[in-house]
Design a protein. Structure first.
Length: 192
């Protein structure tokens, strides 16, 4: 374990994932603040895509390393995957709701609570452990891998798919390509 200085850690995996959390929560807050159903739908589609990219990247690169490097990491990762599944089920349900409905806003609130809880667990407990057990060059390298994974990851929830490194490595890029094609054809989200 080399240096632990976070002042030099700009672009490390912890910084990237923490910034993702902030961006996702901000998008959800914009949904809650909007009275325009079209804007709500657009924002919901955007946050769903961001959460999917983030989750897949974590499952591909962060969780396997966490299991290997952090004592008790396997149990924590299993818990995280269960939370990802719950969040994904909520996102899938959100996709099918009318964004003008009270049910939509109630589910957005639940989505935010789940995401807040998950982000807090990672930021207050797991990210410090990553910094404790990995060298800065490993965190920076993992950050690059996470960014690359987010570029090809699925943008839509697939709650029936496994939350495994093998699935994401073999079938994930194809699922992501189909999702981005569907997004482009439907005009669902821009810049995916």
């Amino acid at each position: 374990m080399a240096e632990k200085s976070t002042s030099e850690a700009g672009g490390d995996v912890v910084d990237i994932l923490t910034a993702d959390h902030r961006e996702m929560i901000e998008l959800i807050e914009k949904i809650e603040a909007s009275a325009d159903p079209e804007e709500r739908r657009s924002l919901a589609d955007s946050v769903i895509a961001e959460v999917m990219r983030h989750s897949v990247a974590e499952e591909l690169f962060v969780y396997p390393e966490y299991e290997r490097s952090v004592p008790g990491g396997k149990e924590e990762v299993e818990h995280d995957k269960e939370e990802h599944q719950e969040i994904e089920e909520v996102m899938k349900e959100l996709e099918g709701l009318d964004s003008a409905s009270a049910e939509f806003l109630a589910l957005v609130k639940k989505f935010k609570e789940l995401l807040d809880h998950h982000a807090d667990d990672e930021e207050s407990d797991q990210f410090p452990k990553l910094r404790e057990h990995l060298a800065i060059h490993e965190l920076l390298d993992m950050g690059k891998k996470v960014e690359a994974a987010k570029a090809i990851a699925p943008t839509r929830p697939h709650p029936g798919s496994p939350h495994s490194e093998l699935f994401h490595m073999t079938l994930g890029p194809g699922v992501g390509m189909v999702d981005r094609l569907r997004d482009a054809l439907s005009g669902r989200i821009k810049n995916t």
